[in-house]
Design a protein around this ligand. Structure first.
Ligand SMILES: Nc1ncnc2c1ncn2[C@@H]1O[C@H](COP(=O)(O)OP(=O)(O)OP(=O)(O)O)[C@@H](O)[C@H]1O
Length: 579
């Protein structure tokens, strides 16, 4: 069972005073009572029993009266009844007490009404605020007891019983400004709840516009980011393809596209998640198409993201970076810019400070020493080393190359990608250079590899494994080994048995434990227009993953201009704060 029983001091103390009265009904003499055993009649015994029963009844009546009096003078005292889940007996629980409970008519000669442990609809998770945080009680299906867990607010699920998110003050203020129609930008370091706030913004706007919620355009700069927020890429929304042409040219192109021009016409709020490059172009296109001189044609704009985490991709090594906040129209349209400061993800202030220093690219001597302390050889027992992340592709390639050379078995097996697409020449190369799949991939027996496309629920983008052999397609369908299969999302039929090429057979660690031996065959990666036209595609086998992380001096400078919302929430244990 993956659930622990937490019994923190505070939860115990709030239960003090709660007692269990065990009533023994085996002594019941009432003949009308079903289930009573009938003994042979003995008058003397019967008389004594009747006396004892009467005395007991009197005593219990006194107790009952005393309890009733206590109850009326203190409304938070709960009935002494063990039929209810523990959590319901907590004095801070605002749920009304169950009127069907036999408190007022307590009769020791009557067995208690057998009550099924029933929870009101929606009582899966009931939260009550205490001075220390949020108390969450869960009834775990299949378990008899209620798990009571005290979670500090910062770690608690953000949702209340009604499905509402408990936003912090700064998140709430931004949400209110959005609702009032302001165009704004908000950022914040990792874990400050940007995504949580964005989801609430989207929900609130959908409520605001009701049936007309198609006036809200939710976009992100990458497909993955768009997927996460239920949106589309900004390119797809705008209908500008690659967006390489000038604003006027793009506007006339969009005008010919009914769907795209319709989107521009009806949109009232545009949500942009981490986009920099296209800002001015889109601002102009919007104003041309909507015949409104304001940037974006007067559309309300909500921009979010963290420029420290993901600056715009530069064009070529000498290309200068242009952030959205440097755009010509930025000051004209973005009325307020905010920095979220409350960190929800980490509670350790020292760690938050270290991460924050790292974010700004300025580590103190103390933090450097602490990071060095953390450095140690990594132990792993699954035969797979930890994945290394590098900010630059060149560094990834260099590291992969070195690792390959360290493997003494066999020579490299080389895989050349097959490229195609509607665009050609330099433009296609530029598109392809952003792909995870490389043009040429060298592999070797024993190499550790990572899947870069989802195959099924166990083999997903990011699954790691080791090459155990190279084989020709068809050889892998080993009937004696059910774990063997082909890692093509289209199945092994996409590669002919007569192919001269051998492919790597990788032993992957699969989610939920276990391993699977898989032949990895070519997959196609592509960039498509909303119309479905493939701009560029590459068919290739495997490569490592790497995330680019860089701090940029322009962002450091600009961040100083952001507004922070002064909060009164100063609960010590709650969360950490950052600049
Ligand atoms: N108001 C809140 N109350 C409690 N927890 C919250 C709140 N807002 C966010 N969180 C929690 O904090 C964590 C980080 O939130 P989120 O992923 O939205 O941060 P982020 O700023 O988008 O992070 P990143 O920049 O790393 O993507 C999540 O576990 C989330 O549930």
């Amino acid at each position: 069972m993956g659930l622990e029983r937490h019994s923190s001091k505070s939860s115990q103390s709030s239960l003090s005073g709660l007692r269990t009265v065990t009533r023994d009904f085996s002594q019941n003499t009432s003949s009308s009572q079903s289930g009573v055993r009938h003994e042979p009649y003995d008058a003397s015994i019967s008389q004594a029993q009747a006396k004892a029963t009467e005395a007991k009844r009197q005593r219990l009546k006194l107790i009952q009266d005393a309890l009733a009096a206590a109850s009326s003078s203190n409304s938070t005292t709960q009935p002494v009844n063990t039929q209810k889940p523990l959590s319901e007996s907590r004095t801070f629980n605002k749920r009304p007490s169950d009127p069907s409970l036999p408190f007022g008519d307590f009769d020791a000669t009557e067995p208690p009404v057998k009550k099924k442990r029933e929870l009101p609809p929606g009582w899966k998770e009931n939260e009550a605020k205490t001075s220390k945080g949020v108390v969450t009680s869960r009834l775990v299906p299949g378990m008899k007891s209620t798990i009571i867990q005290e979670i500090p607010e910062a770690r608690a699920d953000t949702r209340t019983k009604s499905g509402k998110v408990l936003l912090s003050q700064e998140q709430t203020q931004i949400l209110e400004l959005v609702e009032s129609g302001k165009s704004l930008f908000y950022t914040g370091s990792a874990g400050t709840g940007k995504s949580v706030l964005l989801r609430e913004i989207i929900k609130t706007l959908k409520r605001k516009f009701g049936k007309n919620s198609d006036v809200i355009a939710i976009t992100a700069s990458t497909g993955i980011a768009a997927c996460n927020i239920g949106g589309v890429t900004i390119h797809s929304f705008a209908g500008i393809g690659l967006g390489a042409e000038g604003a006027k040219e793009l506007a006339s192109k969009v005008r010919k596209n009914k769907k795209a021009s319709g989107r521009w016409a009806r949109t009232k709020v545009l949500i942009v998640d981490e986009d920099g490059d296209l800002f001015d172009k889109l601002a102009e296109i919007g104003s041309i198409l909507r015949k409104n001189t304001k940037p974006f044609g007067g559309i309300q704009l909500i921009v979010t993201g963290d420029f420290f985490q993901l600056p715009p991709v530069t064009k070529g090594s000498s290309g200068s970076v242009k952030f959205a906040f440097e755009a010509k129209f930025w000051p004209e349209i973005i009325e307020r810019t905010f920095n979220l400061t409350k960190v929800f993800r980490q509670r350790d202030q020292e760690f938050v400070d270290m991460l924050n220093e790292m974010r700004f690219g300025k580590l103190s001597a103390k933090s450097i020493a602490r990071f060095k302390q953390l450095s140690r050889p990594i132990e792993y027992d699954d035969g797979l080393g930890p994945t290394e992340l590098f900010p630059r592709r060149e560094e990834v390639d260099r590291s992969n190359g070195t690792r390959l050379l360290q493997l003494k078995d066999e020579a490299d097996v080389m895989y050349k990608a097959v490229d195609s697409g509607a665009v050609e020449g330099e433009q296609r190369e530029r598109l392809l250079s952003n792909f995870m799949a490389p043009k040429v991939l060298n592999l070797r027996l024993g190499a550790q590899v990572m899947l870069i496309k989802n195959v099924d629920e166990n083999l997903v983008n990011g699954s790691t494994g080791r090459i155990v052999e190279f084989r020709y397609p068809g050889d892998i369908d080993d009937k004696d080994d059910p774990s063997s299969k082909s890692a093509s999302s289209k199945g092994s039929s996409s590669t002919s048995k007569t192919t001269k090429q051998r492919y790597p057979v990788v032993e992957f660690l699969i989610s939920g434990g276990g391993r699977a031996k898989v032949m990895v065959t070519p997959e196609t990666f592509k960039v498509e227009l909303p119309s479905g036209e493939v701009q560029a595609s590459r068919t290739q086998v495997l490569n490592f993953d790497a995330r680019k992380v860089e701090a940029h001096p322009k962002v450091v400078q600009w961040t100083r201009t952001l507004e922070t919302i002064m909060c009164e929430e100063v609960e010590e244990d709650d969360a950490s704060w950052t600049l």
